[in-house]
Design a protein. Structure first.
Length: 400
């Protein structure tokens, strides 16, 4: 394990988590409340982002597999993230009359933020050998969760308005990203110019290669399984504050404390699961984690009081940190070197598109049964189905 590269790699995940949590909590709310952006257009931002990623990420990842340049494109995506979110914040300070320009800038920032992970995740190959890769992934996940905690703590004294935490978060993000951007040495430096012609050639190969990849790659069962269980986990994460309020009447202060507890446990879960996965294997560890989710979700859905909810919320954090640590490590182990970037592009896409069936199921339950405590409990319980499907795929669908 290269400790210097591990530090730079983990610090980058720490840095981008600061802007992720503060733009999620503060800027998203500002756009809808102060800015007057409708629910439709707000959700359309993420739908359009997903389409843009689908059209560009595999082609760019194929370029890096063939010609190198993972850090080059990571730097490009990092600068795009900074400028997109930066201009969105700048226009927000100018006034709500620029709300659609703000929304477009936010969309671009969101796109580049998601795109950066296509290249960031593949660089784990340079951070650690296969024997210690889960541990390295766990340290990265620890940094991710710790970055979110620090982001929340920084924002608290600046949260008299929803815009105040944003520029400090952006400055910290770009400063803490610099060691990765300038000092990290990519073992596959770019050896061809990134041009429209090269990208068009890659685009023509894209669908042909996609058919071959999904026909023969041993990573496909993992990616399909990830789509289902991550769908449930992302849906639970997005709706957990609403669930706490509707079912338990939890105040905003208690929500913040529970969120901090979840993030701290997620950080611990990332480190512990990485160590365990290196000892017993990433796939076996992932199966145990999914079994833990299948047990935990019904316990949350049937929890009667705030004390039990707090206990289960902490366990949620432990498993959230664990599942993303182990999936990233396992995928990096089973993908061939020549398909590493391409395979991780589908991992990122699965992560983005895994917000389809879960939200529809959750929203459908509430729409049919109405806004009642029992409705939210049933919606929570229904997420167990998606995790179970993911586990069955891992157990039954094998490729040699």
């Amino acid at each position: 394990m290269n400790k210097k590269k591990l530090f730079q790699w983990s610090l980058y995940d720490f840095a981008n988590s600061i802007i992720f949590i503060n733009f999620l909590l503060y800027f998203s709310t500002w756009m809808m409340v102060e800015g007057g952006l409708s629910d439709f257009w707000y959700n359309a931002i993420f739908a359009i982002t997903s389409i843009m990623l689908f059209l560009s990420a595999p082609t760019l990842a194929s370029f890096t597999d063939k010609y190198g340049g993972r850090k080059y494109l990571l730097n490009f995506a990092t600068i795009g993230t900074f400028l997109g979110y930066g201009f969105a914040t700048f226009f927000a300070y100018l006034g709500t009359q620029y709300i659609f320009i703000i929304a477009i800038c936010f969309l671009l920032g969101q796109y580049f933020y998601q795109l950066s992970f296509v290249f960031y995740n593949t660089l784990i190959e340079d951070v650690s050998d296969i024997e210690h890769r889960a541990r390295a992934s766990g340290i990265g996940q620890f940094s991710n969760s710790l970055g979110q905690v620090v982001g929340l703590l920084i924002a608290l004294p600046l949260s008299s308005t929803r815009l105040q935490p944003l520029f400090p978060s952006l400055i910290l993000f770009i400063l803490l990203s610099l060691p990765m951007m300038t000092c990290f040495v990519d073992s596959k430096p770019k050896n061809n110019r990134l041009s429209v012609k090269v990208l068009r050639e890659g685009e023509r190969e894209y669908f042909k290669r996609m058919i071959i990849f999904f026909s023969v790659s041993v990573a496909v069962p993992m990616l399909v399984s990830f789509f289902f269980f991550n769908d449930a986990l992302v849906t639970i994460s997005n709706n957990y504050p609403i669930y706490m309020e509707r079912v338990f009447g939890v105040s905003d202060n208690i929500k913040n404390y529970l969120l901090l507890a979840i993030l701290l446990m997620s950080a611990i879960g990332g480190v512990v699961s990485g160590w365990v996965a290196d000892k017993i294997g990433a796939l076996k560890t992932l199966k145990f984690i999914l079994i833990g989710w299948i047990i935990l979700i019904p316990l949350i859905a049937t929890s009667k009081g705030l004390f039990s909810l707090s206990i289960f919320s902490s366990l949620v954090g432990l498993l959230i940190g664990s599942v993303w640590t182990v999936t990233r490590a396992y995928l990096s182990e089973i993908l061939k070197k020549e398909e590493l970037g391409y395979g991780f592009s589908f991992y990122t896409l699965a992560e983005r598109f895994a917000t389809l069936f879960g939200p529809l199921t959750w929203g459908g339950v509430i729409a049919v049964l109405g806004i009642h405590q029992a409705s939210y409990r049933i919606a929570m319980l229904s997420m167990t189905i998606f995790v179970f499907i993911g586990l069955v795929i891992l157990l039954r669908w094998k490729r040699n």
